[in-house]
Design a protein around this ligand. Structure first.
Ligand code: ZN
Ligand code: ZN
Ligand code: ZN
Ligand code: ZN
Length: 327
């Protein structure tokens, strides 16, 4: 068949065009994650109050029914949305555009048709025990690999392409032949690429890589508190509150200063006089004996003498504790 050289736009025969297969892999993954709790809810609701059937007894059958139902709904989604919007021309079109919301609606609609008597009681639908049962069954299916992620992703991909009207999450490009499609695929911003961070196995659409990188737990970053360490994003919080020498601390001698922990020594020697006065004042107010006072003065002196040595956490803790007893 001869194809016109100039692009006739929407006039061209859609039937023979080849569609770019790429979609936003993170969105697909997110959608695939929704399917498992969706199925668990249906299985729990349809067997609650039934002495002879457990969610696991109905899971195979309901999975097939649910997948058929939501795939079919997604197939006709655009046509349905058009009819809907023509019927309600005076009210603004309320159809959601978010694929996750749309698929959730499909799953809810399916679930409604499968509820038994107890499943229709609103108290049950909002109860914590229903949530617990659903969570439990999700875990059970996860452990037994009842519905592996890659299978769910294959379904999610079809759903996503069907309901993503605004083509935010999949590539809408179509081409007349394989060569042109192949050329496009090399440039397509939806094409999946591997995350460059060592150890991260995520494959992400080129256009989403910046967002992924900004959240990737395996990205190496400079310490947020600006010590000289570089560490993985996922280890940052723990580092900053446990071992980072720049973590803020309050003066253990009770003056109101706070400073990075590594400056404790410097602070202690700079403010020796002030600390001593402060401590003496407290002792005086609390009526400590001369003995206590002498002992404390010795401790302070010792502490100050140690300032030429590198400070160890044990030494710091001892000093803090000693003074903590007096305050
Ligand atoms: Zn494409
Ligand atoms: Zn990554
Ligand atoms: Zn640090
Ligand atoms: Zn101080």
């Amino acid at each position: 068949m001869e194809l016109p050289i100039a692009d006739p736009g929407t006039e061209r025969g859609e039937g023979i065009l080849l569609q770019c297969p790429y979609c936003d892999s993170e969105a697909m993954h997110k959608l695939a994650q929704l399917l498992l709790p969706g199925l668990a809810a249906v299985c729990v609701d349809s067997t609650t109050g039934d002495l002879f059937r457990k969610p696991s007894h109905v899971a195979v059958e309901l999975r097939k029914e649910m997948v058929d139902y939501i795939t079919q709904r997604s197939d006709t989604f655009i046509a349905d949305a058009l009819i809907e919007s023509e019927a309600n021309q005076e009210t603004e079109n309320e159809m959601p555009e978010d694929p996750f919301e749309i698929v959730s609606i499909f799953m809810d609609d399916f679930s409604r048709t499968k509820r038994n008597i107890i499943g229709h009681v609103s108290g049950w639908l909002l109860s914590d025990s229903r949530e617990d049962k659903i969570d439990e069954f999700v875990q059970e299916m996860d452990m037994t690999r009842f519905w592996p992620l890659d299978r769910r992703e294959a379904i999610a991909e079809v759903l996503l392409k069907n309901v993503d009207i605004k083509t935010k999450f999949h590539c809408p490009e179509k081409y007349e032949n394989e060569e042109r499609l192949a050329d496009h695929k090399e440039q397509c911003t939806f094409r999946p690429v591997a995350c460059p961070n060592v150890g991260c196995r995520a494959k992400v659409s080129v256009r989403c890589m910046k967002d992924h990188d900004a959240a990737c737990p395996l990205k190496v970053l400079q310490c947020e508190q600006s010590c000289e360490k570089c560490l993985l994003r996922r280890d940052m919080d723990r580092h900053c509150v446990t071992v980072c020498p720049m973590r803020p601390m309050k003066c253990p001698f009770g003056c109101d200063s706070s400073f990075p922990e590594r400056d404790l020594e410097k602070h202690s020697s700079e403010f020796l006089q002030a600390h001593l006065l402060k401590v003496l004042k407290v002792i005086h107010e609390k009526g400590h004996s001369e003995e206590d006072l002498k002992e404390l003065a010795e401790k302070l002196e010792k502490y100050n003498l140690a300032r030429d040595k590198p400070i160890t956490p044990m030494f710091r803790d001892t000093a803090t504790m000693t003074l903590g007893c007096i305050f």
